[in-house]
Design a binder for this molecule. Structure first.
Ligand SMILES: [Zn+2]
Length: 99
């Protein structure tokens, strides 16, 4: 009896998808250099020009960068507006040096 048609195709497809996934993983950092990220982070900073962490403490500090509240490496969404926050360099370093 011949093998089910499509079985081989599906297997190959899965292998291909895994390959692409594995390939894209180490390149995740490159997303931060993509024009799409530059665009969204610029837009976000336009609306949140001050460091949000400092603001919570009653300090006015201009933001240096846009950070992910839940890190992309921890499953946070890179493009989710609600997952973004403006931070100054100081707060960014503080957040990422802890744990
Ligand atoms: Zn700050």
């Amino acid at each position: 009896m011949p093998r089910k048609p499509g079985e081989q195709f599906i297997k190959r497809k899965i292998r291909q998808t895994n390959k692409i996934y594995n390939k894209s993983r180490p390149k995740r950092d490159r997303l931060y250099y993509s024009s799409q990220w530059k665009q969204i982070s610029m837009l976000y900073r336009k609306q949140h020009p001050l460091c949000e962490e400092c603001e919570r403490n009653g300090i006015i500090t201009p933001a240096d960068l846009v950070d992910h509240i839940i890190a992309v490496n921890d499953g946070g969404n890179m493009w989710e507006w609600e997952n973004l926050q403006s931070l100054c360099m100081n707060c960014h370093n503080k957040k990422h040096s802890k744990g």
